[in-house]
Write a protein that binds this ligand. Structure first.
Ligand code: AMP
Ligand code: ZN
Ligand code: FE
Ligand code: FE
Length: 294
């Protein structure tokens, strides 16, 4: 797998804000501390670590953020399956000290293990065997995810790239795809709200016909929508902006950086996220708005 070696020239950072990134606490390649160091090197001043179903990376990230003078927003990302695709909900500022909240995340992470096993079984039946143990080893301490299965498929020589692994086998509805215990989108939103968080509809164009979900999710407590995302052009940004206005949603944005060689490989800060997203977000969370001088 083309791990993020830093060898490829990266486009210049275009933002001081990146509210969507992953670390080794889920399916990212960089440890939280290394990620925050990359953020500092890229000139970022407000970031969020949004690992899948896990806040395990946040303590380490916070420690380094404090040292580097970066404001860190605690976050998670919750994946949900719908009939025709997936909806991912980012939750910003949840109460990560809440025991019940953490118990639910633990359950979600547990369900990922059985699901990875089912995908490995399906792959074997398709004549593409990989070792389940190897998948767990790649995931390390992090929440096991499809990117770990994808990496094992690349290593075994069954596919050339992670992209091909998703396209041919483990993408939603693919031949080796397996669902797992997860929330419905409404449940994910309600879960985020229940523990004081701000639920945000992530990378909306990944979800088929995403606008149809907004009335129901807004009623359930959706707070925002990810408007500034890797590859989103002006047309998309304007469409999301109009929908956000219509449904009273905040705008957020980030790279979805994983550091694992997928399409988010351009590094922290390479998605242009305007300063004006910060004030409404911090205000909605009841937090002090980070000053520009830090
Ligand atoms: P999971 O949480 O196990 O369902 O895996 C979701 C993760 O898989 C996303 O956060 C991405 O990192 C990755 N992913 C999803 N679709 C693709 C794709 N088509 N190519 C590469 N990575 C993908
Ligand atoms: Zn991911
Ligand atoms: Fe996502
Ligand atoms: Fe993500």
């Amino acid at each position: 797998m083309p791990l993020d070696s830093g060898a490829t020239p990266l486009p210049p950072s275009t933002s001081t804000i990146d509210l969507h990134m992953h670390s080794t606490a889920s399916d990212g390649a960089l440890a939280p501390s290394a990620l925050l160091e990359r953020c500092a090197a890229a000139g970022l001043r407000v970031v969020s670590l949004t690992d899948h179903d896990s806040t395990e990376g946040l303590a380490e990230a916070q420690q380094v953020a404090d040292q580097l003078g970066i404001t860190l927003i605690p976050g998670i990302e919750l994946g949900t399956d719908v009939t025709d695709g997936e909806i991912h909900i980012l939750v910003y500022f949840p109460d990560i000290t809440n025991r019940e909240f953490q118990d639910v995340l633990l359950g979600l992470r547990d369900s990922r293990v059985g699901r990875a096993r089912r995908m490995v079984e399906k792959l074997a039946a398709l004549g593409k065997p990989i070792e389940f143990e190897r998948v767990l080893e790649i995931a390390g301490d992090g929440a096991v995810g499809r990117p770990h299965v994808a990496q094992a498929l690349v290593e075994a020589g069954h596919v050339e790239s992670m992209r091909e692994a998703f396209d041919s086998y483990i993408g939603h509805g693919g031949l080796a795809y397996a669902e797992r215990m997860s929330f419905t989108p409404v449940e994910a939103v309600a879960f985020g709200r229940k523990y004081g968080g701000l639920p945000v509809f992530a990378h909306p164009y990944t979800t088929p016909d995403f606008p149809k979900w907004l009335p129901e999710l807004s009623a359930a407590g959706l707070a925002g929508i990810e408007c500034f995302y890797q590859g989103y052009d002006k047309v998309r940004i304007e469409e999301v902006r109009a929908l956000a206005l219509k449904h009273g949603l905040l705008l957020t944005g980030g790279t979805d950086f994983h550091g694992t060689g997928n399409w988010t490989e351009y590094g922290p800060g390479t998605t242009s996220v305007p300063e004006l997203v910060l004030e409404p977000l911090f205000r909605a969370a009841g937090r002090p708005i980070p000053s520009r001088s830090n």
